[in-house]
Design a protein around this ligand. Sequence first.
Ligand code: NAP
Length: 310
Amino acid sequence: MTVNVLFSARPTLWPVYEPLLTKGLTEAGVDFRLGPDFEPDQVDYVVYAPNGGLLDFTPYTRLKAVLSLWAGVEKIADNDSLTVPLARMVDHGLTQGMTEWVVGHVLRYHLGMDQHITVQDGNWTPDAPPLATERQVCVLGLGALGKATAHALAALNFNVTGWSRSAKDIAGITCMHGEEGLGAALSQAEIVVLLLPDTPATVNTLNSETLALLPKGACIINPGRGPLIDDDALLTALNSGQVGHATLDVFRVEPLPPEHPYWAHPNVTVTPHIASETRPVTAAQVICENIRRGEVGEPFLHLVNRDLGY
Ligand SMILES: NC(=O)c1ccc[n+]([C@@H]2O[C@H](COP(=O)([O-])OP(=O)(O)OC[C@H]3O[C@@H](n4cnc5c(N)ncnc54)[C@H](OP(=O)(O)O)[C@@H]3O)[C@@H](O)[C@H]2O)c1
C-alpha cells in the first residue's frame, strides 16, 4: 500500500529534501507519496521540525511515526496530541559539525588564542600554552553528540570527563553519572561543554551552586540548549571571575534580544545557534531508513523516551 509522507518543516527546506527523500525512499523500495500538503487523515509519516508549524496531531488518525529533523525534541516531546512513536535526528553530518565546532572552541580556550588575536600591542610575552594532557575538559551529556565530542577531545589528548544520566563505560573517558557524579565532574573542569537535552531534569544544570564547584576561571561552552544554564547565575559568576569566559550558542529566547547582557559582556562570546545543523544528505538517509523500518515492521531508530523528554 502507498504510504503518504508529509514534510512539515521550514518551507525553504522542502526543495532541498524533496529530491533526497524521493531518492532514498525509492532505493528503500517504499511505495510512497511525498509532499508538504496532505489531508491529515491520509498521512502515514511526518518528517517534522517545529518551524513547520504542526502542533495538533489529533486529526492524523493513521499516523505511524513522527520523524524529527532536529536532534533536540523539547518542542514536541511533551505534545499530548502525539500518541505514535517519535524519533529524533541522529545524523553523521550533524555529529561531525558539532564535534568540529566544540573542538575549535575548546582549543581557543586551551591555547589562549584571544590573547594574541585581540592584543597586538608590541609586548613580547613568550608564555607557551600547556599541553592538552595538562587540561581537564568536562562534557555534560554523553549521547550521540557528547560522546563523539568527548572522543575527539580525548584523541587530542585532553583529560576528558563525561557526565550522563545513566552509568557508562567509554574507553578513554572518565565517566560519571547522576546527581552525585555532577559535583565530581565539575570540580576538576577547566573547560565545560554542555551537550545535554532540554528536559525538566536538565533545566539550570549550571546554577549558582554548581558553578561554584568549578575551578576559578573555568570556561563554559554551551551548544546544548539555553535553559541548561541559569543566566543570572552565570552573569554573576562571570562578573566575579568564578567563570572566566563563556561561549554560548543557544539561549532561552532566540534570537537573543539585542538588549540581553550577554551581547555586551566582555567575557561572553555569543554565536547564533550555529554550532551544528542537520545535514540534508545524511539526514534524509536516516529518515528513509526509519520509514523503511516502519513498513517492514522493524524497530525504529533513535526513538525518544517521552517520559524522559529526550
Ligand atoms: N546548538 C546546536 O546547533 C545543536 C545541534 C544539535 C543538537 N543540539 C543539542 O544537543 C543536545 C544533545 O544531542 P544528542 O543527540 O547528543 O542527544 P542524546 O543522544 O539524546 O544524548 C543526551 C545525553 O544527555 C544525557 N542526559 C539526559 N538527561 C540527563 C540528566 N538529567 N542528567 C545527566 N545526563 C542527562 C543522556 O544520558 P544517558 O546517556 O544516560 O541517556 C545522554 O548522554 C540536543 O538535545 C540538542 O538540544 C544543539
